[in-house]
Design a protein around this ligand. Structure first.
Ligand code: GAL
Length: 703
């Protein structure tokens, strides 16, 4: 397990610290304090191009080598970033064509980070040069265990740039995809408003215009921008693999929120890393989902520095941030809780951002492990040192453990991009909100969840949930049918298959290509104003704990082979099916034609548990989050109390707790923000009997 900090040694040279005689004196002290806090890794150098190469061709890597030597003396490993996130000022002055241009045609100027276009040939050339020099200068250092490529690719809205070189690449991309202008005009539907082109060179970039651009063109533009970002990172990855074949590469991602395909991006990397934005203002599920997404982005071919499968959280906030309206302190215990949350969901590296709050620059009021004074006698350092001690204990038992969900939620970037187009059936439908209703229901029931693209191998999952796959390619639909045919359970919803991969509405009925699978046809759909509700009347065994509503969107369904589970109670479609199930091959396809309140999704999770034979990891109150990492011979449970109150647990059989080294039995009050790490020897197979036994072993009630 890697445990460390994001260190910026360049901030701590005289006159900011150190002395006139020994300008770099602080570095030694920092390394000593890191070591004492149990740290074994730092990430450095992500914005240092202007310091490595203060003038074109004059390189200075010696100072970073000195930092790495100091780290070596303290057994601290190093992840070095390529510094391309912050091009030096001289480069932009010499080649202003590298600067990004926004959708209004305005240049985004130099003097800060991310001031580059990923379509600039000149920027690619200079990138290759600085990455090569860096790898030649420091790639042989014994402390180097990984490269981070760039930093926060696409940050500050720079995924899109409207430069002339971008236009050139855009046209080449379209030419490669469509071959002929006729194909292009047809696939993009450019007959609409008569926007057909005679040559590829005429296709516009979707810059600011009197009204919306063609949605199919925008979708291709998003794909093109995504391919550009992935190619730029891929170019650096390839170069680094050539220069330092034994050093894995990563980059720091945000959980699905940037405008590129995160799965494609993960494909260019040896392992993925996250900048975590966990906050106490969020529900535990909203923090947990970021980690589950990271783990899901790269499910095979993972190469981490220690060979452990998993992802890293390469920026975990240590204290307050600086970008909220009010940047409150993290309360005592919160960093520890967040750290265990990320570990419990599969992280094998955790690094705090910042090591020390900088005295300079725009992030000087960002909380670090150390404050501006650099003094270790502070609350945050003490808390992180305690975590460091605990991680030393846990590291060995977490070795070779993995999180292995049996449920998966499908997510496709292309679908989200299609849904971003403003002229939708309703502006009150939000895809991520829809996804989160399912995720939260499963999370709060302590049922582990992966994410996947519709084209991934789904055969390992008992249950696949596909919320609102508005854009569904024919190939994706076939794979979903195959999954169910072979015995899987699929949950589909309204707003599925409304367009194909070209953003063209099908003429063969909705959900496009899946009517046979669900045994129904959506005749019409009725988006509803947010303050209006229809109601559901359930038939059969669905455990409705409330009178559930249908809102935002109501599909009007004509059943074919499916069985109806609920009907609408009102309006001209009263009595028509709203919620159905269909046997297909060896499996089942459930269809939910409406959006509802969270309570419905909780009931749904309970019903699906029964339907698919899923078991919660442990039976504890909902306020306790449970995750499990398992290896061949043991299950490690993490119990996290996210609440302000303690929670009473009852252990019917003794269980070993790692952090305290004690055996827990009988009543146990898990304090606010408290964490337990429990061990169970497992026969290897998560059989129903074993799950029942566990449920008997620990039962809990809120105090
Ligand atoms: C990260 C970025 C850091 C810092 C941080 C602030 O995404 O990589 O450099 O700016 O955000 O929250």
């Amino acid at each position: 397990m890697y445990f460390g900090a994001d260190y910026h040694p360049e901030h701590w040279v005289h006159p900011y610290d150190g002395t006139e005689e020994e300008p770099e004196a602080r570095w030694l002290r920092d390394a000593q304090l890191m070591k004492a806090a149990g740290m074994n890794v730092v990430r450095m150098g992500e914005f240092c191009w202007g310091l490595y190469e203060p003038e074109e061709g004059r390189y200075r890597f010696d100072w970073m080598r000195r930092v790495m030597d100091i780290m070596k003396m303290h057994d601290i490993q190093v992840v070095l970033a390529t510094p391309t996130a912050a091009p030096p000022v001289w480069l932009a002055r010499k080649h202003p064509e590298i600067l990004p241009v926004d959708e209004n045609g305005l240049v985004l100027h130099e003097g800060t980070r991310h001031a580059y276009s990923m379509n600039s040939d000149v920027y690619w050339e200079y990138t290759r040069k600085i990455v090569t020099e860096l790898a030649k200068a420091l790639g042989d250092h014994p402390q180097l265990i990984a490269w981070q490529i760039d930093n926060g690719i696409g940050g500050h809205g720079t995924e899109f740039s409207f430069n002339e070189e971008t236009r050139r690449d855009w046209h080449a991309w379209l030419r490669q995809k469509y071959g002929t202008v006729e194909n292009l005009n047809n696939a993009l539907g450019l007959r609409f408003w008569g926007q057909v082109v005679a040559r590829f060179e005429e296709v516009p970039m979707p810059m600011r215009a009197p009204t919306v651009h063609n949605p199919a063109l925008i979708l291709d533009w998003m794909r093109f921008a995504s391919d550009t970002a992935v190619a730029y990172v891929g170019m650096q990855a390839e170069l680094l693999h050539e220069l330092t074949p034994n050093v894995p590469v990563t980059t720091n991602l945000r959980a699905l929120s940037r405008h590129y395909d995160h799965f494609d991006m993960a494909g260019t990397l040896d392992f993925v890393a996250l900048d975590s934005y966990a906050t106490m203002a969020n529900r535990p599920a909203e923090n947990a989902v970021e980690f589950d997404i990271m783990r899901s982005l790269k499910k095979g071919g993972v190469r981490t520095p220690d060979g452990q499968e998993g992802f890293w959280v390469i920026e975990q906030k240590a204290g307050n941030v600086n970008w909220q309206d009010v940047n409150s302190l993290l309360r005592p215990g919160v960093v520890r809780l967040f750290t265990y949350q990320l570990i419990s969901r599969g992280a094998t590296g955790a690094l705090y951002f910042f090591w020390r709050s900088p005295r300079i620059g725009s992030e000087k009021f960002y909380g670090g492990v150390l404050g501006h004074d650099g003094d270790a006698d502070n609350r945050v350092y003490r808390e992180i040192s305690q975590i460091g001690e605990e991680i030393k204990l846990l590291g060995p038992i977490l070795k070779d453990t993995k999180v292995e969900p049996e449920v998966c939620i499908l997510f496709s970037h292309e679908n989200v991009w299609a849904l971003k187009f403003p002229m939708q059936p309703t502006k009150y439908f939000h895809q991520w909100d829809h996804v989160m209703r399912f995720y939260r229901a499963l999370h709060d029931r302590n049922i582990p969840v992966d994410f996947a693209r519709p084209t991934d191998d789904l055969s390992r999952y008992k249950l696949v949930i596909a919320p609102s796959l508005h854009l569904l390619a024919g190939g994706e639909a076939d794979l979903l049918k195959l999954y169910v045919q072979n015995g899987g359970t699929l949950v589909g919803t309204f707003n599925t298959g409304l367009v194909d991969e070209h953003n063209i509405a099908p003429r063969t009925g909705c959900p496009h290509d899946l009517t046979e699978l669900f045994g129904l046809e959506v005749e019409e759909f009725d988006p509803r104003p947010p303050d209006e509700e229809n109601h559901l009347i359930f038939r059969g065994s669905f455990p409705a704990s409330h009178a559930h509503c249908a809102k935002i969107w109501c599909d009007i369904i004509t059943p074919r082979e499916c069985e109806t589970l609920a009907t609408y109670s009102r309006d001209f479609y009263a009595g028509k099916p709203a919620f159905t199930i269909n046997e297909f091959g060896l499996g089942k396809a459930v269809y939910i034609g409406f959006m509802s309140d969270q309570a419905f999704y909780f009931d749904l999770a309970d019903w699906l548990r029964q339907l698919c034979g899923l078991f919660p990891l442990l039976r504890v109150p909902e306020s306790v989050e449970v995750s499990m990492r398992r290896s061949k011979d043991r299950n490690i449970y993490f119990l996290l109390n996210h609440q302000k109150n303690s929670v009473r647990l009852h252990f019917y059989k003794p269980m070993h707790e790692y952090l305290t080294g004690t055996t827990l039995t009988g009543n146990y009050d898990l304090p606010p923000l408290g964490v337990l790490v429990l061990d169970e020897k497992a026969p290897g197979d998560r059989a129903a009997a074993q799950a029942e036994e566990r449920e008997e072993a620990i039962e809990a009630q809120s105090s």
